[in-house]
Design a binder for this molecule. Sequence first.
Ligand SMILES: Cc1ncc(COP(=O)(O)O)c(C=O)c1O
Length: 393
Amino acid sequence: MRSPCDPSKFVAESVKNIPPSGIRRFFDLVSGLEDIISLGVGEPDFITPWHIREMCIHSLEKGQTSYTSNYGLPELRDELTRTYYRRYGLDYDPSSEILVTTGVSEALDIAIRAVVNPGDEVIVVQPSYVAYVPSVVLAGGKPVIVSTYVDDNFSLTAEALKPAITNKTKAIILNFPNNPTGAIMTQEEFEGIADLVVENNLFVISDEVYECLTYGSKHVPFSSLDGMKERTVMLNGFSKAYAMTGLRLGFAMGAPEIIHSMMMIHQYSMLCAPITAQLGAIEALRNGKEEMERMVREYDRRRHLIVRGFNRIGLECYNPKGAFYAFPYIGNTGLSSSEFAERLLDEKKVVTIPGDVFGDAGEGFLRCAYAASVDDIRKAVERMGNFVDGLKQ
Ligand SMILES: Cc1ncc(COP(=O)(O)O)c(C=O)c1O
């Protein structure tokens, strides 16, 4: 008989060293529990609008189940070109400057792999979406953390960015509207960052998946700043704006050299994004504006409700300007973010995500997604109020 083996010995060191997602850990704690209210998931609670689902269903009925071009369906790329020209005057060539991907998740992975050489430093602005640091590490790069602070409205300042730049810095990952803070950046605030990008010859990976979810001010694509189009790859997708998370569709827009390099990885690892989702995305861009705006208005209503609620129960809350997350401060309760979130779940059955999951700069905060029903938000705030009152006794 051949000797048994330990399969864990085959796992690459680079993967062994990746910490598990702090968000997943909370989902594991919740499974099987009853009467739970979840403000944990970063996912719309709406179903994909019917006209988009119907388009997907029809395409399947017609037998549209083939591969597409590696770059994605030409009609979808044409529609993306038209959309971004109409929205911002941005002019991307559909034949060479757009790549359709399997969600922003894939676009992020291949954008980083396309530009990072082993040992290159990549600046990650925290609190940040949990995938950035592991994606840089898996590509052989070195993440360098720059923090944002509530006193600056969680904006990235040139003063904070400058000292982090070295002669090894290759790129910076931006994400505005931001997960988890809900912060956005204005054109004026971005200008100082753009100056540093040029001075230090940096590349920008701009994750704008929450582009359509802004409240009261229009989104500013980083690539729309003077001189930034060639230096920026914009990552974007349909998950959040059109409630299409499970359809897994995203795209990247950038210089032909970058998009081509990303496509080289994509063609061997993914081949193409699913055709059903691509056809649904064409429908979303052509006819989805009204439904999308309806969902955004509803998030806005919930945003007011949750922010007012947190401030009322004594959890000071930055007023988020985009995405669907509130990020209240819990540091004055005497508990750490993890202790607060774990005890809140245990004692009041409300799921939130501790801020430190998004980096050290998130310690003292909680991420609460308001992509939940008004009823659930009201109940969650009430339970959290009782929990906070209990801590004072
Ligand atoms: C900032 C950010 N980027 C990317 C993603 C992943 O998006 P997709 O569903 O398009 O892969 C998420 C999902 O939560 C996110 O919050």
